[in-house]
Every structure is written in structure tokens, then in C-alpha cells.
Design a binder for this molecule. Sequence first.
Ligand code: ADP
Length: 395
Amino acid sequence: MKVLVINCGSSSLKYQLIDSVSEEVLAKGLCERIGIDGRLTHKPTGKAEVAIEAAMPDQKAAVSLVLAHLTDAVCGVIADLSEIEAVGHRVVHGGEKFASSVILTEEVIAEIEKCNELAPLHNPANLIGINACKDLMPGVPMVGVFDTAFHQTMPKKAFLYGLPYEYYEKYAVRRYGFHGTSHSFVSKRVAEILGKDVKDLKTIVCHLGNGSSICAVDGGISVDTSMGFTPLEGLVMGTRSGDLDPAVLEYIAGKEGLDVKGVVNVLNKKSGVHGISGVSSDFRDLDTASKEGNERATAALDIFAYRVAKYVGSYAAAMNGVDVIAFTAGIGENDKGMRAKIVEYLGYLGITLDAEANDCRGKERVISTPDSKVIAMICPTNEELAICREAVALV
Ligand code: ADP
């Protein structure tokens, strides 16, 4: 079966066409600057990449262009649109309504719309992508895969905040968690690699990318995760502050003459390692700056590693033990220096880094020594493949 995986944002759209049997990517690409001017990068496997400027006034125009390229005589990979048997859509927020992926019927779409106010920057854009695909590929089953769904198994003690209970009842304020598709994929893959049943493993997944989160997975089930009501909570990220004393909001608002929205914008976009270092949100730039003696870049890297180590410790406590610590996403898969820095904190768990094994990028590999009591490993994530599998399972 050929499955089109769509991740539609407000101004960009990522896609992959995957053969679900071989799990090979037939083509992938990215539409950027939707609603501004429009740029498409289309990468068909085994053929030359195409990069064009083309008008994309809205998401429907972008999807239309993608479909035209997938079926193009030169850069296409299928003869006809009828070869696409399912479309898997990434949806950021499913609230408490969706604990698993679903076929996108009109009723389901109406329910997702109700979650829009929980993710105002993402969900409406996801829905526009869904509706565009429905219009352009009538009759093709569409599946919604939620970032939040995997975490719906968290117990109340993990998802409730120390706020008046009525805010949960009236406004649904609670921890939802994100990156669920990745945490689910990686925790299952870790068990496969180690030849264990996922039900027998306590795993801490460290998804360290531009946005970063950690998840405690006990027996295949998410029991806690570091992102919260929004992706702002938890780790210090590329540009997000992560955990913070909420009283800082009022104080900074007063000092800088900002309203709450203005401060939250700073916490989301101008903070994290970027804000601390004043250099960049990209760990390659931070590494270079740190090696050149930039003290703020060094501090940013130290703070990032320290926060990750603190979360790992708290989740080992929450699960009363841990068998595997898995590193994934841009930093987790590629940054051997950062992995080493984090693992250095974990000696008390009986983990020793195998420096030689750690000297790699993007490989499925154990990076702790054989005598370590807990396994540390790299496990690359693949959210598109996870979405493809969900779509196939439901269709
Ligand atoms: P997201 O999906 O959240 O945008 P990714 O998971 O793609 O992010 O991670 C992107 C980040 O990964 C980059 O900002 C960079 O900090 C880091 N990264 C990617 N490659 C490397 C590398 N070779 N060394 C160090 N860091 C890297």
C-alpha cells in the first residue's frame, strides 16, 4: 500500500510517500512560505531533486502542487493518484478525546476542531491540510495521528497541576505532553533492538531536537512526560525556556513593559539555549562557539545537559527503576558530545559510557559498556513511518 504522510503547518507542509510493505520512502519534500510566495523542494528516491518557486496562496495549492509532482512524468514516483490508498496526517492536539489514531470522518474532524484552542498555532493548520487533501483526493481514507495520544495513559498524579481543580474541569488545563508519536516509536523500537518484550522494559526516551521532551515509558505505556499543557514546559530547548518559576512572568512583564502574551512569546521564541548563549539555537553552532571560548555558549550546553539529567533522575524515581535510556531526534542522534555530557551524570545508575560506541551519528546502537547496569543507547526516530504504520493499521 502507498501511504502519503502529511505534516501541515501554518506556513509549511512536509510530506513523504511511503510504500507500507517495504517501508521505503518513495518521495519526500517540503513546501515553504505558504501564503507568502511559495517554494517546493521535492526529493524523489533515485531521481534528481526538484526545487522550484511556485505560487502557494494556501495549503490546498501546496497539496495540489505536491500531488502534481508525485505523478509527474519526470520527477514523479507514481503513475496515478489512485495508487495512494491512504493519507496519514500529523495532528498536534487531540485533547482528552483522542488516545489513539483515528479515521478522519466529518464527526472526528468536528471533535478535533474543539481542540483548536489548546493548540491555536498548530491544530487549525493541521485541519486545513486535512480538508485540502479531502477535497483533492475524495474517497481516499484519511487518518489522524496525534502528538498527544500516546500520553493519554498518564495517571492523574502525573498530569494534574497543583492548580484549583476547577481549572481542569472547566478549561481542561492539565499536562498533555507532545512528541507522542516519536516516544511511542522509539520505546517500541528499543525493545525490538534489544530482543525484549516492551511490556518488560522501563524506558526513558530523550527526544532531543529543536523542541525537546523526555518520556517515562513503563511497559510500553507513557506514565509521565516533560512537556505539559503546551510544549513550553520541561527541558531547556532551542528557543523555549522549559520549566520556570511562573512568578518570573509578572516580574519580566513589569520590567520590559510587556503583557502576558508578550512574555510567553519571549519564553517560546527567544529563550532556551539561544537566549542563554546569544549565539544560536543550533547545537553545532553552540559547540563551535564553546570550543572558541564563548562562556555563554558553554553555559547553555551545561544547562541543557543538567536539565536532561535531572529529568532522567526524576523518571527513574517515578518508575522505581529504569532499564534503558534512549537518545533520539536531531541532538540525541547526532551530538556525541551532548550524549557524553548527559551520560556523565548517570554513574549512580550504574551506567558507564562506551566512548568508542558513542562516536557515531544516527545509528541504532548501545553506547553504554556491557557491564553497565542500565543500557544507554541511540535509537533514531521516524515519525513519518510511525504515521504510515498507524494509517495502514486503521485502513
Ligand atoms: P525539530 O524536529 O524539533 O525541528 P530536530 O530533531 O530535527 O528538530 O533537531 C534539530 C536540532 O538537532 C538542530 O537544531 C541541532 O541543534 C541538532 N543537530 C542536528 N545535527 C546535529 C549534529 N551533527 N551535531 C549536533 N547537533 C545537531
